[in-house]
Design a binder for this molecule. Structure first.
Ligand code: NAP
Length: 313
């Protein structure tokens, strides 16, 4: 299968790129990847995406973006890209289904994944009380006591969503002040279900078949304590999904793809957009903006290639 523009990843960056490429009549192919809709689809309420006065659910926003791109001819495929050969034109991409794809241009919008705590018990108890998606799993914690780890917007946003279900929410943060936006801080501080444990790190997640508690270390006085909880939701930032591009695209020291201001990577014809590039803003709206830029650049790149071919250059 050949595409003019192949988009890897289906979050706001990839879906906006798909919309613009489709409206340029280029019939882009979106390879959805492991997390259709991207991280925004796992977010409860999105209140800062312009145009939605009352906010919109993250899943609904991503779903709308996909339907809008599909309306103009974008195609979608549920597979994973396993290898890219950029030494040939068109580019050749292998998939986990064994199908080989080719493309004249590629837009990488693979996003970033939740950072793990990296403590004993986390992996063993994943999906048995350890979850990285309050929107997906919050319902299972009705009447329970859960802990959210982190002090950023995600921790507070998702923690406040959990208070719809849980009896008690503990937010464990490694410092004594939050980095989350003031509006979220105010909501958390005034919510009777929320309790903070400051200057502390989770050292271990405890439990047999299910999460039963956490062991905490306080950085200020060195004390270690155990707290009984039914669930643990780490929200401690993200790592870019760039394993596939190591050795192919230029990455920065944190593993994010390096692009110029026009979303161009070090390889001509490959563009990148969204959280896989941006570790500063990391908003749905900035990802969408970069996706738009990447698609316009890919469109101009294709037009220039066609022009050169016609002239026999
Ligand atoms: P973030 O802003 O990077 O915050 C990560 C939090 O985790 C920080 O409080 C950090 O502590 C803590 N942390 C990092 N590593 C840790 C570790 N190993 N152990 C314990 N704690 C650790 O990440 P985020 O909250 O996921 O947000 C990502 C981006 O999405 C941000 O730009 C954010 O504004 C955006 N976002 C926006 C909204 C919204 O507008 N409503 C909602 C969600 C996300 P320190 O504070 O000490 O560094």
């Amino acid at each position: 299968m050949h595409s003019n523009i192949l988009i890897i990843g289906s979050g706001p960056a990839g879906l906006t790129a798909a919309l613009y490429a489709a409206r340029a009549n280029l019939e882009p192919l979106v390879v959805r990847g492991l997390q259709p809709g991207g991280l925004i689809a796992t977010t409860s309420e999105v209140e800062n995406y312009p145009g939605f006065v009352e906010g919109i659910g993250g899943f609904e926003l991503a779903d709308n973006m996909e339907k809008q791109a599909a309306r103009f001819g974008a195609q979608f495929k549920d597979t994973l890209i396993t290898a890219i050969d950029a030494s040939v034109r068109p580019f050749v991409l292998d998939t986990d289904s064994g199908e080989r794809l080719t493309a004249d241009t590629i837009i990488v919008s693979t996003g970033a994944s939740p950072r793990k705590l990296g403590v004993p018990g986390e992996e063993r108890l994943a999906n048995r009380g350890v979850s990285y998606c309050a929107t997906c799993d919050g319902f299972f914690y009705r009447g329970k006591k859960v802990v959210v780890v982190g002090g950023g917007n995600s921790a507070l946003d998702e923690g406040l969503f959990l208070t719809r279900f849980v009896d008690e929410l503990i937010i464990v943060h490694r410092r004594d002040s939050l980095r989350a936006d003031p509006v979220l801080q105010e909501r958390a501080f005034s919510n009777a279900k929320v309790r903070f444990i400051w200057d502390s790190a989770v050292e271990e997640i405890l439990g047999g078949e299910q999460v039963e508690g956490i062991r905490l270390k306080n950085f200020k006085d060195g004390t270690v304590s155990e707290v009984a909880v039914d669930g643990v939701f780490p929200y401690i930032g993200h790592i870019p999904n760039t394993k596939l591009f190591t050795g192919l695209l230029t990455l920065d020291e944190a593993g994010y793809i390096v692009t110029d201001a026009r979303q161009r990577t070090n390889i001509s014809g490959i563009f990148a957009a969204g959280d896989v590039v941006d570790h500063v803003y990391r908003q749905a709206i900035t990802a969408a903006g970069e996706g738009c830029k990447a698609a316009m650049e890919a469109t101009w790149y294709l037009a220039a290639q066609e022009h050169a071919a016609q002239k026999g250059l």
